[in-house]
Design a protein around this ligand. Sequence first.
Ligand SMILES: Nc1ncnc2c1ncn2[C@@H]1O[C@H](COP(=O)(O)OP(=O)(O)O)[C@@H](O)[C@H]1O
Ligand SMILES: [Mg+2]
Length: 356
Amino acid sequence: MLLLLIGGFLLQYPQLIPFVDTLDPNSFFDLSRHSFGRLIMLLPVTYAALVFGIRIGLLVLLAAISIIVPNLFILEIPITADDIIEIIGIVIIGLVVNLWLESYETDKHHRQMAYLRLENAQRELQRMQQNLRFYLKQITIAQEEERRRIAQELHDDTAQDLIAISRKIDGYMSLHPALPSSDEAYFEDVHQHLNRTLSSVRRFSQDLRPSVLDDLGLIPAIEWLAPELDKHFKFKTEIQIIGKPRRFPVETELVLFRIVQESLRNIGKHAFADKVWLTIDFSDQATYLTIKDNGRGFNPPERIGDLAVNGKLGLTGMQERARLIGANLKIDSVPSQGTTVTVELPMATDSKEHTY
Ligand SMILES: Nc1ncnc2c1ncn2[C@@H]1O[C@H](COP(=O)(O)OP(=O)(O)O)[C@@H](O)[C@H]1O
Ligand SMILES: [Mg+2]
């Protein structure tokens, strides 16, 4: 910039360098040499504004004017209106260039700030999502643990107590064979009531956490669950296993079981179907679980998670649970054409599996 200023200065004062004297004052693109010299002074002004900002830009404009103006008096020719207009023009252009570059810089700065804010917001959102996922995972684990504990207590304590009471009644009756028939009928009624309560406690316990899942694994658990729900909801589930069955880690099998359980309950509650096809396909790359019904179908929202806002947590829970084990859950449904829930569990996530 200093070089440009010096260059401009020399153009204003060519008498300081001997050879320029010989130049034709009118040879610069139809501009007089003085006009050209003045215009050239805009170069350092623009450069300074561009590189160092408006303050230095204005300072250089001031310097340029203080180089140009004294020359008017040094040249011993009359000062014309053109000279004055030219100098005013240069001042105006210099100012405009400075202001324009300044506003451009400010804009750029604002854009950068907005971009940074957006990036921060995105990072914050990502962190919040991660926290939410972690929280959801912990809640799911805690819920399953609680279910397991209650199921075990029902099975080990409540059911055993009911059995003990039932035995006591049996014992009392066999010790008193000559009971009046009204008493005998009464005890028989209590005995039957106890047995019904025992069955429902067992069913409740199995529903909370089927011991067959822990003892024998996913397929036997599904084979136990499906007829239970068939009976309850009055549809018929056809189970098909394709490929060589594999075992997965406990938590993976539990998630797949819960998905089947919620899907079959949804069919019972909403689909009005009479037929369900449940398929588990153990292919080489992945395991596919499909639950398809011939019910009335529905219009699933674009994001299944949106259902949660209306208190419908079943499908959202299924999707989130699937994500926890690295699986992908898809719901395909069209009104009056049934619903299909598909879970794809890639091979990579079931590395801890072992065969039946
Ligand atoms: N198999 C199905 N057939 C028809 N509609 C279904 C089926 N599964 C789910 N739906 C619809 O999706 C909605 C959300 O299901 P879900 O999240 O499990 O909540 P909920 O069962 O508590 O209503 C249901 O209210 C129902 O309208
Ligand atoms: Mg549901």
